[in-house]
Design a protein around this ligand. Structure first.
Ligand code: NAP
Length: 271
């Protein structure tokens, strides 16, 4: 019963590995540029843009389950083609696949998005995540595709680091961009639960609470004992960037399917 975590050097991938090892699983984890040491994990290097390398590694490891996390914000070949290569290799050996997707494939609107809402990407990263989903679903209709939102936790979270930078005046947080942050430990537990089940297709797995990026910055200030007056803010509308503005994910299906409780961002950062 081997678990292969593609992207074990990433924030979510590392936490999935830690929880799976703690549960007694054999875990093989991959890195690309940043080699990691994770206790109990057999670490291998893999470039997901290399289709034949992905097939070779998966055929050698023969995992029962694959969790696929890799992406690069500005690299279609990693985010979209790489996801397809992993799905193809997993399907070839009949492994259960959980693919990590994103709320960034939605255009943004005031109403929450349901699990099955079709992608309406407005920027390149969202389009690449949408293309990845299409490929994964076509290659393996039995795969689970987990759409998630800002992954928060400790300072290793890129989202938390961005907030700390904005509190130090080195970045600005949008007041009009809303997301549903999720704790990395909750998300990893949910991913492992989804992996152990038979859910096929899309599933929103995020926090239950929407917050603006600037609002997240204020919660981070409270959590880290920093002066909120230092927070630099801006508006997405005024930035000249084309980005999804309000994106909330309806997580009612995940809440009924999973035992893992997905905590809201206020609870997470004010405990
Ligand atoms: N972070 C968020 O707030 C957020 C929000 C919504 C959705 N998501 C989705 O959640 C998933 C995990 O996000 P994360 O924040 O944990 O990511 P992360 O920390 O940035 O990790 C990305 C992983 O992708 C790997 N990778 C990059 N290029 C690769 C390549 N060519 N071949 C193989 N692996 C490669 C990286 O390996 P190296 O570092 O070793 O190169 C790393 O392990 C992603 O699919 C992302 O789209 C994240």
């Amino acid at each position: 019963m081997t678990l292969l975590v593609v992207g074990a050097s990433g924030y979510l991938g590392g936490e999935v590995c830690r929880q799976a090892v703690a549960a007694g699983r054999r875990v093989v984890g991959t890195y690309h540029a940043n080699r990691v040491e994770l206790p109990g994990v057999e670490v291998r290097r893999l470039d997901v843009t290399d289709r034949s390398a992905v097939r070779t590694l998966v055929a050698a490891v023969r995992p029962t389950t694959v969790v696929s996390t890799p992406y690069r914000y500005d690299d279609w070949t990693v985010t979209a083609d790489g996801a397809a290569h992993v799905a193809y290799a997993a399907a070839e050996i009949g492994a259960r696949l959980v693919h990590l997707s994103s709320d960034a494939l939605h255009a943004g609107r005031p109403e929450p998005y349901a699990d099955d809402d079709v992608p309406t990407p407005v920027f390149a990263y969202g389009a690449a995540k949408a293309a990845a989903e299409t490929a994964v679903r076509a290659i393996d209709p039995g795969a689970a595709l987990v759409r998630t939102s800002l992954i928060v936790g400790d300072e290793r979270s890129a989202q938390i680091r961005l907030c700390l930078d904005a509190l130090a005046g080195r970045a600005a947080l949008f007041t009009d961009e809303v997301r549903c942050p999720v704790d990395v430990t909750d998300l990893a537990a949910a991913v492992l639960e989804v992996a152990a089940g038979d859910h096929a297709g899309l599933l929103n797995v995020a926090g239950p609470e929407g917050v603006s990026r600037a609002g997240l910055g204020l919660l981070v200030a409270r959590r880290f004992g920093l002066d909120p007056a230092g927070l630099r803010t801006a508006t997405s509308a005024g930035s000249g960037l084309v980005r999804p503005v309000e994106v909330r994910l309806d997580i009612s299906r995940a809440a009924s399917l999973l035992n893992t409780r997905l905590r809201g961002v206020t609870e997470l950062l004010t405990r």
